[in-house]
Write a protein that binds this ligand. Structure first.
Ligand code: 5GP
Ligand code: MN
Length: 344
């Protein structure tokens, strides 16, 4: 990640005028990185004297409820007073955090497109950002958006601008997007950033506990059910997939976020190269993909499921039945393997 002087100066100029109306947006099904980066960035902008509204399309998972100031994030889907739409219509600047195309905001996309005058700034780490941003801080080699936000704060204001509350949000995003510091892009600079966050006095074991050990009993049982009863293995044991239908989720009192992490588990099997999870929603099936090493699920998601993401973590959607989705997946994996996508 190399942030240019030109880009930081551009951002500095953009933020120079005080009391601007700023909206911070993050993606559908917001995760720890989306929420952590939005909260930290909003604090910085508020401290500069701007009027900031953080908006997400739908609710964040319940295991993030404890995060400092999370109540200030407006959930568009539950926003009966129209606060989100008003803030977007009046915004001078729209910051887009942790996603790479307005379409990823789904139910919020049309409202965003209504505001044609606000400057659009992208702060993100997904591959292939869409056109239409006035300023891009897009670093696919950054392990999280929180790390990008950290680097921007360091550049613009110095690390002394980072309060303990901001550090908590930033740490949560870095921790969750790296699978607790076990995935790609674990650079020395990331650990230096973590050291700075630690210096603010954050309690790392409690942050870990709050996020990873705060699930319901139903979730633990659903996990067992998914792995034991629903995991299918194809391609000579190198590709796994699981599916959950709505009635199965209801049986375990499913709450949004409960299936978080399930898709990673098949990759604990030594020869596994790729893992998929199909989660039934009312109108479509959400697909989560994970892979190891050179197996590129971003490519796979783009080609077969109109999605995208990162090389080793991507997603997409399917608008046909679960049966058809799975058949299509199995067929696509076959073709992907024949073209060398699964390696040797
Ligand atoms: P998850 O499986 O955790 O929902 O998503 C993994 C990654 O893939 C995330 O970085 C997410 O932004 C991306 N992703 C998930 N679903 C979609 C999608 O439908 N379209 C695109 N472009 N990216 C997605
Ligand atoms: Mn992220």
């Amino acid at each position: 990640m190399e942030i240019t002087h030109q880009d930081t100066e551009h951002l500095r100029r953009l933020l120079e005028r005080p009391e601007q109306r700023i909206v911070i947006l993050s993606h559908t099904n917001p995760d720890g990185d989306a929420v952590g980066s939005s909260l930290a960035w909003s604090t910085v902008l508020r401290n500069m004297g701007h009027r900031v509204t953080c908006i997400v399309p739908n609710r964040y998972p319940y295991f993030l409820d404890w995060m400092p100031d999370i109540g200030e994030i407006v959930i568009f889907k539950a926003d009966e007073e129209g606060r989100a739409a008003r803030a977007i219509d009046e915004a001078d600047i729209l910051f887009c955090l942790d996603f790479n195309a307005i379409s990823r905001l789904e139910i919020l996309s049309d409202t965003i497109e209504r505001n044609t005058t606000a400057k659009r700034v992208l702060i993100d780490h997904h591959l292939a950002p869409a056109p239409g941003f006035d300023l891009l801080f897009s670093y696919p080699d950054a392990s999280s958006t929180c790390f990008v936000v950290y680097a921007l704060i360091e550049r613009l204001f110095g690390t002394q601008a980072i309060t303990r509350e901001m550090a908590e949000g930033l740490y949560v995003g870095m921790m969750t997007d790296t699978g607790n510091f076990s995935f790609s892009f674990l650079t020395p600079a990331l650990y230096r950033a973590v050291a700075v966050l630690a210096e603010t006095g954050i309690d790392i074991p409690s942050l870990h506990n709050n996020v990873y050990n705060a699930y319901t009993e139903g979730r633990a049982r659903l996990f067992g059910y998914a792995i034991n009863r629903k995991m299918e293995v194809i391609e000579n044991g190198t590709v796994a997939y699981m599916s959950l239908m709505e009635h199965e989720m209801r049986r375990f009192q499913f709450q949004q976020g409960d299936s978080e992490g399930f898709v990673n588990y098949p990759l604990t099997i030594k020869k596994m190269k790729m893992s998929a999870m199909f989660l039934a929603h009312r109108k479509f099936i959400r697909i989560s993909l994970r892979s190891r090493g050179d197996v590129d699920v971003n490519l796979f998601a783009r080609k077969y499921f109109n999605g995208g993401g990162h090389r080793n973590a991507a997603g997409g959607k399917s608008y046909v039945s679960m049966e058809e989705t799975i058949a299509r997946f199995v067929e696509s994996v076959r073709e992907f393997a024949e073209e060398g996508g699964l390696g040797a």
